[in-house]
Design a protein around this ligand. Structure first.
Ligand SMILES: Nc1ncnc2c1ncn2[C@@H]1O[C@H](COP(=O)(O)OP(=O)(O)OP(=O)(O)O)[C@@H](O)[C@H]1O
Ligand SMILES: O=P(O)(O)O[C@@H]1[C@H](O)[C@H](O)[C@@H](OP(=O)(O)O)[C@H](OP(=O)(O)O)[C@H]1O
Length: 327
């Protein structure tokens, strides 16, 4: 395959570039000894390197088990994860490497705000060495131990006082220092909720998180360690929605069009979700996506037990976001 030079040392196959919206995870070293995420420049998919052999094999096995299954639980999870196409080989510099070809969750998002939130107090898997376990337990200590959540990275659009736009990017150095209260403040910063709340954004986000919680409350197949939720929304749409819903008012749209189908929502004291009505009336394409990603440490559930480690973190995330609406 013809190659193109993207920087002094990295040779990528034609048509591929680095995923510039990658906010966390493994990245390329200049000599390509370490690999990161790539993107197809045209077609709307990303390529994730299969990395350490056991991690790559587990992630591939998870996606393959879900892909064509008729099992109702596996069928349901398909809408909660990126679409998986295939495993492919790409030549980076002079060596072939295996990648997973996945749906690009940021495709066609004009101004993508992206947050990677790792779920669970325990981020080491049953095969982890004592050393790996110790490293994992020390990292993101405060918010991970209290909330079962941590933020390895995010990017968010913002406006300066003079009205110009900028993109703020935060890596794992930022996330590792967060206390539980700083974690909540960071979620507010990411959701543009420091002054006023963009209700349609927050409600849509909750609706998608409820769907993931419903699946976890039902499924007894897997335990997910060190897996993340990737939240993506379009700043441009959120800006225009915020203007339309004037100061974040929750009453601008009629109630009674709720799409909140969750069985055990703690959200009953809040108005129903009007976002599908917003979409219907104003023809807004989906502008918020929450998907589970990173399945390098997915293991069979021992004795068909629920994944309480994941559910604990997810429920805390839901609580934190519901509290934004209760302010
Ligand atoms: N399907 C996707 N669409 C768009 N961006 C993605 C997708 N999957 C991953 N990313 C981006 O790549 C980053 C890393 O993804 P992922 O967590 O799967 O990689 P990783 O190298 O296994 O991470 P870790 O070091 O936490 O194990 C995410 O934070 C996100 O920015
Ligand atoms: O979240 P952070 O702070 O970025 O830390 C990374 C994260 O825990 C990854 O899950 C892990 O990769 P694995 O999933 O492959 O264990 C990686 O280990 P590594 O540096 O040994 O690759 C860590 O550096």
């Amino acid at each position: 395959m013809e190659n193109t030079v993207t920087n002094s040392k990295l040779l990528l196959p034609k048509g591929f570039c680095l995923l510039e919206t990658q906010v966390a995870g493994h990245t390329f070293s200049p000599d390509a000894k370490a690999l990161g995420m790539l993107k197809d420049e045209m077609l709307g998919y990303v390529l994730k390197p299969m990395g350490k052999p056991e991690c790559g094999a587990r992630e591939l096995a998870f996606y393959e088990s879900v892909k064509d299954s008729n099992d109702p639980i596996l069928h349901k999870v398909r809408s909660l994860i990126p679409k998986f196409y295939e495993k492919i080989k790409l030549r980076i510099n002079t060596t072939d490497h295996n990648f997973l070809k996945l749906e690009d969750l940021t495709h066609c998002v004009k101004k993508p705000c992206i947050m990677d939130i790792k779920i669970g107090k325990r981020t080491w898997d049953p095969l982890a060495t004592t050393e790996k376990r110790e490293v994992e337990e020390k990292k993101y200590f405060q918010c991970k131990q209290k909330l079962g959540l941590c933020i390895p990275g995010f990017q968010v659009y913002s406006q300066t006082l003079s009205g110009s736009e900028l993109v703020l990017r935060y890596g794992n150095d930022y996330g590792r220092k967060l206390s539980d209260s700083e974690f909540c403040e960071t979620i507010q910063l990411f959701l543009q909720c420091q002054k006023i709340v963009c209700w349609p954004l927050v409600q849509e986000l909750l609706t998608q998180l409820y769907a993931i919680r419903d699946w976890f409350n039902e499924q007894r197949l897997f335990h997910f360690y060190a897996s993340s939720l990737l939240i993506v929304y379009d700043y441009e749409t959120v800006q225009s929605l915020s203007k339309k819903t004037q100061n974040g008012s929750r009453n601008i749209l009629p109630n009674g069009n709720a799409q909140n189908n969750s069985s055990d929502s703690k959200y009953d004291d809040l108005p129903p979700n009007p976002v599908s009505l917003v979409r219907h009336v104003q023809n807004i394409p989906p502008y918020v996506k929450v998907r589970m990603i990173d399945f390098a440490h997915v293991f069979p559930a021992p004795d068909g037990s629920p994944d309480t480690n994941y559910i604990f973190g997810l429920q805390n995330l839901i609580n934190i976001i519901e509290n934004i609406l209760r302010r």
